[in-house]
Design a protein around this ligand. Structure first.
Ligand code: ADP
Ligand code: MG
Length: 597
């Protein structure tokens, strides 16, 4: 462990020394001015790469407009600085607002477009921005752009280049800390959830649309900040700044350093800058060499330097809190949840003559189904009987062709977030864990849904915020230990076995403190011990007044746990009654229990 920390300390020292060259002279070149301009450029690139990291690496929005937003910031600064006698440094906020506003417009008009389509829209927007910069001559200066932007000054005296560089460095440090704090906050976890699985995010009350808008506008503001620094540094801005070729270096730096990692952008920009300086004599071959570098890094370290390091055996796991108290053997998972006695026995979720067909196949036809608080309601039926489709309709993930879904007597729209925020938690038939997040972070996303924190508090990590965060981690760890998977807490969820992923997903659903829990074949792939855990958990939940809907193939499991069982067959309800009655039913035996499987 000591050796690993030493490696990290040494690399931090390397980055620091690298960034401090301009103050010493020497270094890359004996020409201090050269050092300063190379490193100023590197610092600006790092700011923009951080914005690209937040938008693309963390939130998963393919964007080609980050250099476009850079030029928006640059032009905004130039426009104001050339017309008014103000210190250009004070104009920086205007650049940020301008770029954030245009980002907001872009994401608004892009509507539901995702992935490649979104990427193409950003590309088109980027090209449009360059054209506007070229053609709107009275404002932008046309092809020549804006020149002679004043240098920042103090008391009427121009600041020396090194001083401006020092300010840039301070800005980069702030931007870096903001990025780090955001990524470690509930908002950051939501951004990752949206990237990894929008459906999971929705089932946990996270709105992918809102999170994407936030990330894109926030990233736009940071790119605008980079653009302002760019214009101050070069004292000019021209249409070329927003061109696509300047995007290339951003992507190289981000992939080289590690997409979606905290320090990847810094490491990537450092490696890029060193390479650029090393090949600066190569003239026309520079882009080729950079392209080859990108290819080489993708083949050898596809996750980038930092991503690969984190996956390697040298990685330092994050420290976990000590468990506050002994774990009860029987696992009382919901000790904090209030028992809602008045509710018990009420119908909380129902489908009223719901039908759903797919291309002529009646997956669900005319189903009336009622779920009661404080009961476990099993649904059985052969494969293709329509169980998952019914559950999708009951949770807003699918829209019935006819019929209504009522939650506590109120008609619901087909909107998964509306269900999730009203206390409906669901687990999918195929485990939907957030693979790239750690096991404990998966549970935290569940807890976040009922304990919202302001993202501004998260950015500065106020003591109150850190305390709340520590409490959440403790609670998450306790939930995990009661499901028997606490030892995995710090590991990435991707390494879990199928059964562990199932349990993790259920723990995450329980962590939202739902009134209604919907489990689609949760017992599939569980070992004997895990099955016992699961059945204890379900009984405990029922004890606290939660309504549990349990779709299950394991007949013994479902018959032993359920208060009521509904049998679906070819999309229709065959029978809905107490387990004993269902077991005795001739129709069920014919259709399912004996011959149907
Ligand atoms: P179960 O969960 O009981 O196994 P499903 O609800 O998954 O059954 O499926 C019921 C029927 O609906 C099947 O015939 C299935 O092929 C069809 N179906 C389910 N989802 C879709 C979909 N998204 N598109 C087309 N057909 C579907
Ligand atoms: Mg199914």
């Amino acid at each position: 462990m000591k050796a690993r920390r030493a490696v990290i300390a040494l690399s931090l020292l390397a980055v620091t020394l690298f960034l401090l060259f301009p103050f010493f002279g020497g270094g890359i070149s004996t020409n201090t001015d050269f050092n300063t301009s190379v490193l100023s450029q590197a610092v600006i690139t790092a700011v923009i790469v951080i914005s690209l990291n937040l938008v693309m690496g963390v939130t998963g929005l393919l964007t080609l407009v980050q250099t476009g937003m850079l030029s928006v910031g640059g032009y905004a600064l130039g426009y104001v600085a050339l017309r008014h006698e103000v210190n250009p440094l004070y104009i920086i906020p205007i650049s940020m607002i301008a770029a954030a506003f245009l980002s907001w417009i872009l994401i608004l008009i892009s509507g539901r477009a995702m992935d490649l389509y979104f990427g193409l829209i950003t590309l088109a927007f980027s090209l449009a921005l360059v054209t506007i910069a070229q053609q709107w001559t009275p404002v932008t200066g046309g092809f020549i752009g804006m020149n002679n932007i004043p240098t920042p000054h103090v008391n009427g005296e121009r600041m020396p280049k090194v001083a401006v560089y020092a300010i840039f460095l301070a800005i980069l440090i702030v931007v870096f800390i903001v990025q780090r704090n955001l990524m470690l906050s509930p908002r950051g976890r939501a951004m990752e959830a949206v990237r990894i699985s929008p459906a999971t995010a929705q089932s946990l009350s996270i709105s992918p649309r809102k999170i994407r808008t936030f990330a894109f506008v926030f990233g736009g503001a940071i790119a605008g900040l980079g653009g302002a620094m760019y214009a101050i540094n070069l004292r000019s801005i021209s249409p070329a700044a927003g061109g696509l070729s300047s995007s290339l270096v951003l992507f190289i730096a981000l992939f080289l350093g590690g997409l979606g990692t905290v320090i990847g952008p810094l490491i990537g920009v450092m490696l890029l800058t060193i390479t650029q300086v090393a090949i600066r004599g190569q003239g026309p071959y520079q882009d080729l060499i950079l392209g080859l570098l990108l290819l080489l890094s993708m083949f050898t370290i596809p996750l980038g330097v930092v991503g690969s390091w984190n996956k390697s055996r040298f990685a330092i796991p994050r420290k976990l809190p000590e468990l506050a108290h002994e774990i009860h053997a029987d696992g009382i998972l919901l000790e904090k949840q209030k028992i809602n006695e008045s509710n018990r026995g009420n119908v909380v979720l129902e489908s009223d003559a719901v039908s759903r067909n797919f291309g002529g196949v009646n997956a669900v036809s005319d189903v009336n189904f009622k779920l009661t608080a404080g009961q476990v309601h099993g649904i059985i039926g052969p494969n293709g009987a329509g169980k998952s489709t019914l559950v999708n309709c009951l949770t807003g993930f699918d829209t019935p062709n006819s019929g209504n879904v009522l939650l506590r007597g109120k008609k619901m729209p087909a909107d998964p977030i509306a269900f999730a925020t009203s206390g409906v938690a669901r687990v999918f038939q195929i485990p939907h864990v957030l693979d790239n997040l750690s096991v404990i972070d998966n549970v935290l996303v569940g807890i976040d849904s009922r304990k919202p924190t302001s993202w501004l508090a998260a950015l500065i990590r106020l003591p109150k915020f850190r305390k709340a965060e520590a409490k959440k981690r403790n609670e998450a760890l306790r939930l995990l230990s009661e499901a028997g998977i606490a030892d995995l807490a710090a590991k990435p969820a991707s390494i879990c076995s199928h059964g562990q992923k199932r349990l993790l997903e259920i723990v995450r659903a329980v962590a939202t403190h739902p009134d209604i829990l919907i489990l689609d074949e949760p017992a599939t792939g569980l070992t004997g011990t895990e099955l016992t855990m699961l059945s204890t958990l379900i009984s405990n939940l029922r004890g606290t007044g939660v309504a549990v809907l349990l779709i299950e193939h394991n007949v013994d499991f479902v018959f032993q746990l359920s208060d009521q069982i509904t049998v679906l067959h070819l999309g229709k309800v065959l029978i809905s009654a107490a387990p004993a009655e269902v077991r005795a039913s001739k129709a069920v035996q014919d259709a399912y229990l004996v011959g149907g499987r």
